[in-house]
Write a protein that binds this ligand. Sequence first.
Ligand SMILES: [Zn+2]
Length: 178
Amino acid sequence: MTERSKVTVLKTVEVHASAGSNPALSAMNYENLMRLAIDEARLALDHDDVPIGAVLVGPNGDVVARDHNRREERSDPTAHAEMLVLSAGARATGDWRLTGHTLVVTLEPCPMCAGAAVNARVDRIVYGAADFKAGAAWSLYNIPQDARLNHRCDLIAGTLEAECSTLLTDFFADRRTS
Ligand SMILES: [Zn+2]
């Protein structure tokens, strides 16, 4: 089985599981939200950061925060897109608990970001491309769904996967040739 087909299987299973357990949120258009995250990811190119974008969506479907990877720009190993939107969302709502929120991100979260999403108590993580080298929301670990932790998030993988992964492969191809 190829890596791509595994992601597709996960997406199908998780979308159905999520829609069943959260009927109020099943109407949310994850692809439109992912397009916002992709727009954010492109902004990272302005400061030579890896193009990864994230959007935090509130319980009513409103976009609470959007940002992109700023690790190079800020010389900060924690300035991943997901960390930035979780912090911004908590500031905006005045509560570190982001219950009812959905984190939409172009690349599968790393252990730090997956851990932060669990700590923030987000309901759901939606991601585009899987990260077979560092992903902690299924690929290497599944932190958001680890029963030993005190909170679990629904996972929806593979949303606009091709566009999300093309952003990254183009970025690294450009760097190799320049
Ligand atoms: Zn991360």
